[in-house]
Design a protein around this ligand. Sequence first.
Ligand code: ADP
Ligand code: ADP
Length: 236
Amino acid sequence: TNVMEAENVKLNYGKYEALHGITLAFPDRKLTALIGPSGCGKSTFLRCLNRMNDDIDNIKIRGRITLEGKNIYDHHLDLVALRKRVGMVFQQPTPFPFSVYDNVAYGLRVAGVRDKDLIDQRVEESLKQAAIWEETKDNLQRNAMAFSGGQQQRICIARALAIRPEVVLLDEPTSALDPISSAEIEETLTGLKQKYTFIMVTHNLQQASRVADQVAFLMDGNLIEVGTTEEMFMAP
Ligand code: ADP
Ligand code: ADP
C-alpha cells in the first residue's frame, strides 16, 4: 500500500510554474529518493508533502496530495496535526539552541505530551534509532549545538522520529556532512526502513542506489521516470 500519494501536483511561484503536474505514490516503509539536476523542483515538491511551502508569498499549489487517503490540503486538517505525522530533516543540521533532551522532546511537547516518563522513554528510543544514544546518553542536558555536524544531524533525525511520524521527509540530509558521517546516516536510514516511510531528496546517485527502494527522477518540474532502484540503475 501507499502511505502518501501525489496526484497531478502543479506549483507556481508567482507566474513561474516550478512543478508541471507530478503524480507519484510513496509505498509504505520504503525509501523513495527524489533525484534530478539542481533547480528541477525536488525541494519544492518535497516541501509540498508537509505543507512547508504554505507561507511563501505568491505560491499556488494545485492537484492533490493524500496521507492515508486524506487530502493534506483539506482545511479540516490543521498543520500541527499534519506535522505530527510527517517529520522533516533538513540539509543543514538545524538543532535548536537548547539541550539534546529538549530538542528531541520538542515535537512531543508541541503535541501536548506532558507525561515525563513517556517523554524520557521516547527521547531514549529516538536517540537509539538515530544511532546517537551512546554519544549523548551522559550529556542529555548539553546544548545540541555543541556536537559535531554529523552528531547534530543525527539529533535532528531523532527529533523527527520522536513523534513517531508515518512519513519522514529528508532534504539532502548528508550533503553538508563529511563522508564518514554521511555513510553512518545512510546506514541508520537503511536500518529504519522497516519502521518508517522515508522520502529523501538527494543529488547523489550513488547514495540513491545504496539506500532507496524507489527512485523518482525529476527534470524541469516534470517527473521523467520512476521505478524500483534495480530498474532505475540496471544497465539497459
Ligand atoms: P531543486 O531542489 O531540485 O534544486 P528547487 O525546488 O529548489 O529545485 O527549485 C525549483 C525551481 O523553483 C528553481 O528554478 C528555483 O529557482 C525556483 N524556486 C525555488 N524556491 C523558490 C521561491 N521561494 N520563489 C521563487 N522561485 C523559487
Ligand atoms: P536548502 O534546502 O535551501 O539548501 P535547508 O534545507 O537547510 O536549505 O533549509 C531550507 C529552508 O528551511 C530555509 O529557508 C530554513 O529557513 C528552513 N528551515 C531550516 N531549518 C528549519 C527548522 N528546523 N524548522 C523550520 N524551518 C527550517
